[in-house]
Design a protein around this ligand. Structure first.
Ligand code: ATP
Length: 775
């Protein structure tokens, strides 16, 4: 295409864009009027709410009419408010589309049709009033997949009515900013190298961006796959797993908009900072955000008052910093053992035994005295029909105990201690009782029976005192799960475990920890599983889709637990086996085991091998650390830099120098340290010299473009420049840490610099000299 033809093409596209924007402008005006009117309507309904309902409670019939009339008004109001929300959402979409109505065009000739159709693809659809002609198709519409899946040539797309076949005659990518067409590119199957170059070459943001205009074919297949119950994505670092997960959520919300709400989708993310990092993608696409949490946050509230819980970050800190601890290898073995599915089977085996004997209960006390002994509770439990499940039997025991408590409550009212406590009742409580008595009294002078007064006051005192006992009984707190868990561990007979060198020590240590009310991270899920199997699970059936990002760090046991907790949900699991940083992950391939929890035909699997995050130079460098099977996107930058320093002073002065060079002041920089402690020391040194933030495990956001961050919290994040604080052999030498080291190096988008003292880490040994620079 020569310059003239190009200018003509640009003109024609601009002309169409102008028309569409004008149309959108009209739509916005109409909607604004409608929204304004609705707002006034809703205001009026609220204002006149009580005038429009006739309140009459004289008799049951009148009361029921009153109720119906209130209900009708409330429904009217909530219907108005729903329509209002819908229109406001539409308005927000149109506002965004007015700036850039679309980003792609495909001319498609359907088989058997005379004329081709121009399909323009954008973040939302715009159609004429009747909904026949689409000026813009939503990127999630079936026809839009032509844009992501095909270049010019034969093509087809799926619709609910069947497959539509034909030919793509032309495919273009348009860059439209503030209503102006800046570029038009002809593109093949891979969507616009030029645009991708621009997008990927730009700076990192504190918030992740949507990739809607440049989704690649292999990513599109994952986004649109609605088959199966479990979708597993193994993707190399920077291959777009998180991006794909978020686009997929937006896709599912659109395709199932009648049946799926954003709060029925749950995303498990690795840490609170990551939660915030990805939170803007769905709103940018015009969707409400899904529910987001970390696995730790999800499970901890189920136990927190009972134990001091270790979190995964503290566990990792221990694993990477406490190698000198005499109990270190025993702990690692313990972590591995408790992460497996066979460990879950051990618990199941023990649960079977408990059906017929061995349950452990706690005595129940009232005012320092045992009112139900553990042995009596046990006897009551095992007297029940043994074909009933344990949770059912516990429920029945709880009911029996409750009945007894009611009798005790009555008896206690007559005891002496109650009288003493009545004396101590505070004024406000007494006042309430007296008012109640006065209201009850039939005597016109307001006199009431003092016996009744005594009865009320005594009942009140006992009721208050005994409430804690009732709570214990209702919550099944009389069950001694801690001891049952310890007993279960002690009774493990399987050779798979008993042959572990430190087996006895592991069990003893766990028991001691639990006695001291501490629960290690590796024990939390097994403990909760046992608790759920005994008491009955509080499963969540509202969630229809669960997404697990950074899934390589979940243990098979945790996967099985999640599956149990969300019995009706479909699972999308995304991860990279090369980035497994938890100690348990060296034991078993959690992805393979995860598959075994589902039927073969329920599982869909994808592999992503192309990395979009980092420059070709960084990808080639990091490939030498671990993963050979990565294809870099063709974007160039400087070679990674390996800086040898002689002293700590030199290391810090080199870092400060790099942070303050004017040509490098733009964009985000992460100084990645191995541990929390190292990060703290680096931060303390730097804070008086540059504006810098320290990222801790609970950090949810940061406001400076230079951050100091411990290795494991950098997971899932990306930065324009990464400085690895200490890539010395002294710091990274154990084979188990290779994946952690790989993970931190792959956080860099444009530049990577590694500092080391004395000897560099052996993980860099296989990287050819030409792939990096040295000082
Ligand atoms: N199709 C695409 N178009 C534009 N950018 C993309 C595309 N795919 C991925 N990216 C970009 O590549 C970077 C890495 O993506 P993302 O964080 O989703 O990868 P990931 O596989 O989750 O990485 P990791 O496992 O290393 O955390 C992001 O900046 C993302 O915007």
């Amino acid at each position: 295409m020569n310059e003239n033809e190009k200018a003509k093409e640009l003109n024609e596209e601009q002309h169409r864009v102008d028309e569409v924007i004008e149309y959108i402008g009209h739509q916005i005006e109409e909607l604004e009027t409608k929204v304004g009117k609705r707002k006034t309507d809703a205001f009026q309904i609220r204002k006149n709410f009580w005038e429009d309902v006739t309140v009459n409670l004289d008799n049951a019939e009148e009361a029921s009419e009153t109720f119906a009339s209130i209900k009708q008004q409330a429904e009217l109001l909530s219907e108005r408010e729903r329509s209002q929300q819908h229109d406001l959402k539409l308005l927000r979409k149109f506002d965004r589309l007015k700036q850039s109505p679309y980003f792609g065009r495909v001319d498609f000739q359907e088989e058997g049709e005379q004329q081709s159709e121009q399909v323009y693809v954008g973040i939302g659809s715009v159609s004429d009033k009747e909904g026949f002609d689409f000026y813009v198709y939503d990127w999630r519409a079936p026809i839009s997949s032509l844009y992501y899946d095909y270049g010019p040539g034969p093509a087809s797309y799926d619709t609910p009515e069947g497959l539509i076949e034909g030919e793509v005659l032309l495919k273009k990518q348009l860059l439209i900013k503030r209503g102006k067409v800046e570029h038009v590119f002809d593109t093949g199957v891979t969507i616009g190298d030029e645009v991708l170059q621009e997008v990927l070459g730009s700076q990192a943001d504190a918030q992740m961006k949507s990739i809607v205009s440049t989704i690649q074919k292999e990513q599109n297949q994952i986004i649109r796959n609605e088959r199966g119950k479990l979708l597993i994505v193994q993707g190399v670092a920077g291959s777009g797993k998180t991006s794909v997960a978020l686009q997929r959520i937006a896709y599912l919300l659109y395709r199932n908009r009648e049946t799926l709400q954003a709060d029925q989708v749950l995303l498990f993310s690795p840490n609170p900072l990551f939660n915030k990092y990805v939170a803007s993608v769905l709103p940018e696409l015009g969707e409400e955000n899904m529910q987001q949490t970390t696995f730790q946050a999800y499970i901890q509230y189920r136990l927190s008052s009972q134990f001091v819980l270790e979190d995964p970050f503290d566990q990792l800190e221990y694993v990477i910093t406490q190698k000198e601890d005499p109990g270190y290898y025993q702990r690692i073995e313990s972590i591995r053992m408790k992460s497996t599915l066979s460990f879950m089977k051990e618990i199941d085996r023990y649960l079977l035994k408990l059906e017929n004997g061995g349950m452990i209960f706690k005595d129940i006390f009232f005012r320092g005295e045992v009112i139900f002994t553990s042995s009596w509770i046990k006897e009551t439990f095992y007297q029940l029909d043994s074909s009933l499940s344990i949770p059912n039997r516990l429920e029945m025991v709880s009911e029996t105990l409750m009945r007894h408590v009611k009798i005790i409550e009555k008896e206690e009212r007559l005891k002496e201690w109650v009288e003493d406590e009545v004396e101590l009742l505070d004024h406000e409580v007494l006042q309430k009782v007296y008012t109640k008595l006065e209201n009850e009294s039939n005597d016109e002078n307001g006199y009431y029976d003092t016996e009744r007064e005594q009865h009320l006051l005594r009942s009140l005192v006992v009721k208050k005192k005994i409430a804690a006992v009732k709570h214990i009984i209702k919550q099944l707190r009389f069950l001694n799960i801690s001891e049952i868990y310890c007993e279960c561990l002690k009774q493990i007979k399987s050779e798979e475990y008993t042959s572990i060198i430190y087996f006895t020590e592991i069990i003893d240590k766990t028991v001691r920890q639990i006695e001291e009310a501490n629960l290690y991270y590796e024990d939390i899920t097994p403990f909760l599983y046992l608790k759920g199997m005994l008491e009955g699970f509080e499963v969540n059936t509202l969630i229809k889709h669960v997404f697990i990002d950074e899934a390589q760090d979940y243990s098979p046991f945790q996967f099985a637990y999640i599956k149990k907790m969300f019995p009706v949900a479909k699972l999308t699991v995304l991860g990279d086996i090369h980035q497994s940083i938890h100690a348990h992950t060296n034991k078993e391939d959690a992805f393979l085991l995860l598959e075994t929890l589902f039927q073969e035909q329920e599982v869909e699997k994808y592999t992503l091998t192309k990395s979009y995050r980092s420059t070709r130079e960084i990808v080639e460098f990091t490939k030498g650390i671990i993963a050979k099977d990565i294809n870099p996107f063709n974007r160039s930058g400087s070679l990674p830099m390996l800086v040898k320093v002689q002293s700590e002073e030199e290391r810090f002065s080199q870092i400060v120098d790099r942070l303050t060079r004017t040509e490098q002041k733009e964009g985000t920089v992460a100084i990645i340290c191995k541990s929390e402690n190292e990060a703290f020391l680096v931060y303390e040194y730097l804070r008086s010299r540059v504006q810098v933030s320290l990222i801790k495990k609970n950090t949810t956001e940061f406001d400076s473009n230079i951050i100091v961050i411990p290795s494991y919290l950098a997971k899932g994040m990306e930065f324009d420049r990464v400085l690895i604080f200490d890539a010395s052999k002294e710091s990274y030498k154990d084979e188990e840490e290779r994946k952690l080291f790989y993970t931190i190096c792959t956080r860099a988008m444009h530049s990577l610099c590694l500092f080391y003292k004395k000897e560099k880490t052996p993980f860099l040994a296989n990287i050819s000299v030409g792939l990096y620079e040295t000082n």
